[in-house]
Design a protein around this ligand. Structure first.
Ligand SMILES: [Mg+2]
Length: 243
C-alpha cells in the first residue's frame, strides 16, 4: 500500500495516535533554535485533528517542554511531549554528578568554539553547533560524542548540529510506547526527520505508519521530501478522518 492509501485507512479508523516531531518536520530548520516556527498549514491541521473524536495528537520533541510551549503555539488537546518523553515521568533516579561532569566537559568545548552552546535538560546535556563554523563544529561534536561514549551508562545521540549525552534516559520509542498504553486501541502515525526519531520508528507495530522526513537511513516504511510532504500527509489524514 502506498503512503496515501495507508494514511487514508488510518484516518478512517475509530481511533488513532498521530505523533509528530517538531524541528525539521513541522518547523523548517533554522540557525537560531529560538526562531523556529511550525508550518502554519500543518499546525492548523494538527489543531483541527486533535479536536476530533478518537484522535490523539502529540508533538514529540527533544526540546524541553517549556521550549515547546513557547514555540509550538498549540496547547491542549494537542499533547506536547518534551525531552524525547523524559517529561512523561518514570525512569530511574537522576545521576546529577554524571550529568554535571558531562556539562562541564561540553561547556569547556563550547567556550573554545564560537557559535556553539550547551543546553542542560532534565536527563540530558546537549551541545549545539548550528551557529558555529561547520567543519570545526562537526569536529568538536565528533570528539565530544567519542568522549561521552566512554562514560558508563550514557546514551549518546548525534543529530543535526547537536550531540546529546543522556543519563538514565528514555527515547522517543519509549514515548510512543507510553502514549500507546494510555490510549484506546488504534494505529499510530509517526513523522520525524532526525536520528532520534529512529527510536520511534522502531517502536511502531504492524498497521502503524512511520514517515521519515528527508534523506538518510531509516527504519520507517515511508519517506517524504520535507516540510511540504509532512503538510500533505497531515492533509490526507484530515480529509479521511471526517467525524
Ligand atoms: Mg526533528
Amino acid at each position: 500500500m502506498n503512503l496515501h492509501g495507508h494514511l487514508s485507512r488510518i484516518g478512517r479508523s475509530k481511533s488513532f495516535l498521530l505523533a509528530v516531531d517538531f524541528d525539521g518536520t513541522l518547523a523548517p530548520l533554522v540557525d537560531d533554535p529560538d526562531a523556529a516556527t511550525g508550518d502554519p498549514t500543518s499546525m492548523t491541521l494538527l489543531a483541527d485533528l486533535a479536536e476530533r473524536a478518537g484522535i490523539t495528537v502529540a508533538i514529540v520533541s527533544g526540546r524541553t517542554y517549556a521550549d515547546l510551549e513557547r514555540l509550538v503555539g498549540l496547547g491542549p488537546p494537542v499533547r506536547l511531549i518534551g525531552e524525547h518523553g523524559n517529561d512523561l515521568g518514570g525512569g530511574a533516579d537522576l545521576d546529577d554528578g554524571l550529568l554535571a561532569r558531562i556539562e562541564e566537559h561540553f561547556e569547556a568545548a563550547a567556550d573554545r568554539l564560537p557559535g556553539s552552546f550547551v543546553e542542560r535538560k532534565r536527563r540530558t546535556v546537549a551541545f549545539h553547533h548550528r551557529r558555529a563554523e561547520e567543519e570545526a563544529g562537526e569536529a568538536v561534536a565528533a570528539s565530544l560524542a567519542d568522549w561521552a561514549l566512554g562514560l558508563p551508562d550514557v546514551v549518546v545521540t548525534v543529530g543535526k548540529k547537536v550531540v546529546e549525552a543522556a543519563v538514565d534516559s528514555v527515547h522517543k520509542g519509549d514515548a510512543i510506547v507510553a502514549l500507546r498504553g494510555e490510549l484506546p486501541d488504534g494505529p499510530v502515525v509517526f513523522l520525524g526527520d532526525d536520528t532520534t526519531d529512529e527510536h520511534a520508528f522502531r517502536a511502531l507495530q504492524e498497521g502503524d505508519v512511520g514517515v521519515k522526513v528527508g534523506e538518510g537511513p531509516t527504519a520507517a516504511d515511508y519517506r517524504v521530501g520535507g516540510i511540504d510532504g509532512v503538510r500533505e500527509a497531515l492533509a490526507v489524514l484530515a480529509a479521511s478522518a471526517r467525524r
